[in-house]
Design a protein. Structure first.
Length: 174
């Protein structure tokens, strides 16, 4: 969906694209981020970041970066960031304003955040694809044919019976 916002901080004609849906509860759902969805709840004056099904170690940091970005723009109430009711979600309140429409300002700031993070996530995706290709389709230099390297009688440094003949005799295993 292409969105054109005007009258935000006296600048005209901000254009950006976001994947936005409106829920049955009249909340705005933004699905552009690879790690989490963003919900703007105008009635409760809340912004909620809910992890997508593939949660990993980078999700929390990405959510924190979003709320740091919104805070730096003055779009969240100081100290309102907290864990949400869903597992892994983070939420914050946004203030009311008579000068600026908060929803428009939030949409613009979220679009800026997603655009600024796009290159990072594209690089992460490319790296993951390259690693997968390297594992499953290695080059001639990084692979050997079956039987090319003969099998030895003993491989590695760990002995076959590391505790010796009576390793568990006294009931101790280390």
């Amino acid at each position: 969906m292409k969105i054109v916002l005007s009258n935000i901080d006296a600048e005209e004609g901000h254009e950006f694209q976001l994947q936005i849906s409106k829920t049955l509860e009249n909340k705005i759902l933004i699905k552009d981020h690879p790690f989490f969805n963003i919900i703007i709840a105008p009635a409760e004056r809340k912004i909620i970041a809910i992890p997508k099904s593939r949660v990993d170690e980078d999700t929390y940091d990405a959510q924190k970066d979003l709320f740091d970005h919104l805070f730096s723009k003055g779009l969240t109430v100081v100290g309102s960031e907290q864990g949400g009711t869903m597992f892994g979600s983070i939420e914050a309140r946004f203030p009311e304003s008579e000068d600026v429409y908060p929803i428009k300002a939030l949409l613009l700031a979220i679009a800026e955040f997603i655009e600024s993070e796009k290159e990072l996530y594209d690089n992460i995706k490319k790296y993951e694809d390259d690693i997968e290709e390297w594992y499953f389709d290695p080059s001639e230099e990084d692979s050997t044919e079956l039987g090319e390297i003969p099998q030895g009688g003993k491989k590695g440094s760990i002995p076959e019976k590391p505790y010796g003949k009576y390793g568990g005799y006294f009931g101790y295993f280390y």
